[in-house]
Design a protein around this ligand. Structure first.
Ligand code: FPP
Length: 248
């Protein structure tokens, strides 16, 4: 396992891209790329945990992914079910809490059953959380949150003069999760694709050309090292951060 100097991000979020291209380059069906992508998921859980990362969020299926050919959507759902069935014992053994974000109630019943079982079996773990973004998209999340927020305002559980980002954020899927510190996107694309748009407001981004099935602990270590060299200012100046007594 390569060493990684510098601060370790508390929460890493990954847009796992490039499975289709990985397969195409080898003359294989796209699903073979997704299958290899599942093995990278397993390796990244181990690698991030070993580094001291506390939260790993993986963009596994977006609300827009339903537009893919039905055979690919079906295969992705099958892989998800297979992964959950296969990994539940390891998640418990390794004390990994599984969480989801997204409209998971719209997933096929067989997947929901595995998800519910894995989430319930791991709910009490606190050291490391794996968050699967499933049927997730920031815009639908905001619409759902706005509806819940409006209902809370109408019911009087939130007062109109008490509105704030903090009280709104409690209605997002990520209410009990910290914001991501580092967002990684594989496969050389420079997009955020409707992923954690609000939560990543102050995240650092690392884009790598490596396709997801080829993403290894060394690539993760390189991304974390790049993160460690960034100065996160959260709207302040460099001088303020480096000299706390400097005039503001
Ligand atoms: C993007 O590659 C990848 C996806 C849309 C799905 C990601 C899913 C997995 C890695 C497997 C299932 C996940 C878990 C957590 C078990 P792409 O198909 O868009 O690649 P391309 O851009 O090269 O076509």
């Amino acid at each position: 396992m390569p060493t990684t100097p510098g601060p370790i991000p508390h929460h890493v979020a990954i847009i796992m891209d490039g499975n289709g291209r990985w397969a195409k380059q080898r003359g294989l069906p796209r699903i073979e790329g997704h299958r290899r992508g599942v093995e990278t998921v397993r390796n990244m859980i181990d690698a991030t945990k070993a580094m001291g990362v506390r939260y790993l969020t993986l963009y596994a299926f977006s609300v827009e992914n339903w537009k893919r050919p039905p055979a690919e959507v079906g295969a992705l759902m099958g892989l998800l079910e297979y992964f959950l069935k296969r990994e539940i014992a390891a998640l418990v053994r390794d004390k990994i809490r599984l969480r989801t974000i997204g409209r998971t109630h719209e997933l096929p019943e067989a997947v929901r059953r595995q998800l519910d079982a894995a989430v319930a079996a791991t709910a009490h773990f606190t050291d490391y959380t794996l968050v699967l973004a499933l049927n997730y998209g920031s815009r639908t999340e905001v619409v759902d949150a706005a509806r819940a927020y409006a209902a809370a305002l109408a019911a009087g559980t939130i007062q109109a003069d008490d509105t704030s980002w903090e009280s709104f954020a409690r209605h997002l899927n990520t209410a009990d999760l910290p914001d991501p510190d580092l967002v990684i996107r594989t496969s050389g694309e420079y997009r955020v694709s409707n992923f954690l748009l609000l939560q990543a407001a102050y995240a650092e981004f690392v884009f790598t050309p490596v396709l997801w099935p080829d993403f290894r602990p060394a690539e993760l270590a390189a991304a974390v090292e790049a993160y460690g060299k960034r100065e996160r200012r959260f709207g302040q100046t460099s001088e303020q951060l480096n000299k706390p007594d400097a005039p503001r």
